[in-house]
Design a protein around this ligand. Structure first.
Ligand SMILES: [Zn+2]
Length: 418
């Protein structure tokens, strides 16, 4: 029996009503609203032949035991950004549950493999600035030393917020135990961008997640009086930063799918009567191709040095964070496309600019793929985030088919190419 897409949509609306307000979803991880969402989700498991447990990093696992411990994992995240949308993450978790229900029904509660649904803890990193918290602990790419010094806006430490939810920061790495016996991981997510809408396609198969180079760039000039300093004598740190902010657009445009963003610019002393002596900017560069990413990073550095010299300033760079591009599993990608074609006629392969838990799972060496469904206007992390109901229905059906194909593949009955 195919998955019931109308029940997924009903559940999504119920969750939105329970954990959102007029400004949008408020399921920020490690807050009472998030815990309410998880309790509500646990309530949806009654009468299913499943077990539920929370791992050492706060990820929730729902397990339908099969004849073999070899498992297919489906999932996403229930947490949201503040004033977030109703679909980001929740669509993936609730569709995963629906697919699990269908498999339980079709196999009298005893599938050939174990089927698991995971709700990753703190995908968004909205409160402590650390995205993919639970999935990186699972993958073993986390750093307890870095996590220990994280605080929220009110000075609450991540460690204290975790303890509040029964999670010990020392032990989060034990979540890696969950990796045992996982044969494949599948995640359905909204696109959160405009590509599928522009192509007029409801669904796409995700090639992988783009690599990220994220840097703090500081230009040093000379503070000087805005009235008495002739233009030619200025060493204006903001002028150099501003030229770089425009130049990164050309750098990105030279490389097809690449993106570059200067998201923050702070000026010092930051008063109306002084030439800017110091300007602190951030740069975020992303591409699916590691070579292109490295080229863009070099090009931005060269440009910053050129503009600094021309404005008689100096510049220094320091890396905030980086991650390599992560390509999803080629055969699962083929299966994903085949499933999409069966329900929507046409598919498209696209990279993901945002990172997702699936990237961490893939980094852990588990065959992984994601499916995207079109986002209206490409908007997400906003209360107006939406997807047409008919597209949501197609996404549930296609994801269900993908799960079927993945199970056949895990069982060894799939052809090498779909
Ligand atoms: Zn998400």
């Amino acid at each position: 029996m195919p998955a019931d897409s109308s029940r997924v949509i009903t559940n999504l609306r119920e969750l939105a009503a329970l954990t959102g307000d007029a400004n949008g979803a408020q399921r920020v991880a490690f807050t009472p609203a998030w815990q309410r969402a998880r309790e509500w989700f646990a309530g949806k498991l009654a009468e299913l032949p499943v077990t539920r447990h929370c791992d050492a990093a706060g990820n929730v696992w729902v397990t339908l035991p099969g004849a073999s411990p070899k498992s297919l994992v489906l999932g996403s995240h229930l947490d949201s950004v503040p004033n977030g949308g109703w679909l980001d993450g929740a669509l993936g978790v609730l569709t995963a549950l629906e697919v699990l229900c269908g498999i339980a029904r079709d196999t009298d509660g005893r599938p050939p493999f174990t089927i698991r649904v995971v709700d990753w803890a703190d995908e968004e990193g909205a409160r402590f600035g650390r995205s993919l918290f639970g999935s990186s602990a699972f993958a073993g790419t986390h750093s307890i030393a870095a996590d220990r010094v994280r605080t929220d806006r009110d000075g609450v430490t991540l460690e204290a917020a975790l303890a509040e939810c029964g999670i010990e920061i020392e032990r989060i790495g034990e979540a890696a135990r969950e990796r045992e016996n996982i044969a494949a991981y599948l995640e359905l997510h909204i696109e959160q961008g405009p590509v599928l809408e522009r192509l007029g396609l409801p669904l796409g198969a995700v090639l992988g997640t783009k690599g990220v180079e994220r840097h703090a760039i500081t230009f040093h000039g000379q503070e000087a009086h805005s009235g008495s300093t002739p233009m030619a004598d200025r060493r204006d740190a903001l002028a150099a930063a501003a030229r770089l902010a425009l130049e990164i657009r050309s750098i990105a445009k030279r490389h097809a799918d690449a993106v570059c963003t200067m998201g923050s610019v702070k000026t010092f002393p930051g008063i109306v009567t002084a030439v800017v002596g110091r300007c602190e900017a951030t740069l975020d560069q992303r591409d699916l191709d590691a070579k292109i990413l490295a080229t863009m990073y070099r090009e931005a550095q060269e440009a910053s040095r050129r503009f600094a010299a021309e404005e008689r300033c100096t510049v220094e760079w320091s890396r905030i964070w980086s991650i390599e591009p992560i390509a999803f599993h080629p055969h699962l990608l083929d299966l994903c496309e085949a499933a999409i074609r069966e329900v929507a006629g046409k598919s498209h392969r696209l990279p993901s600019g945002p990172l997702h838990d699936a990237a961490e799972v893939s980094r852990a060496g588990i065959p992984t793929v994601m499916m995207f469904v079109q986002s209206v206007g490409g908007i997400s992390h906003n209360t107006i985030e939406d997807t047409l109901e008919e597209h949501l229905e197609l996404s549930v059906t296609a994801f269900d088919k993908l799960a079927d194909k993945a199970m056949a593949w895990i069982g060894g009955s799939s052809e090498p190419r779909p």
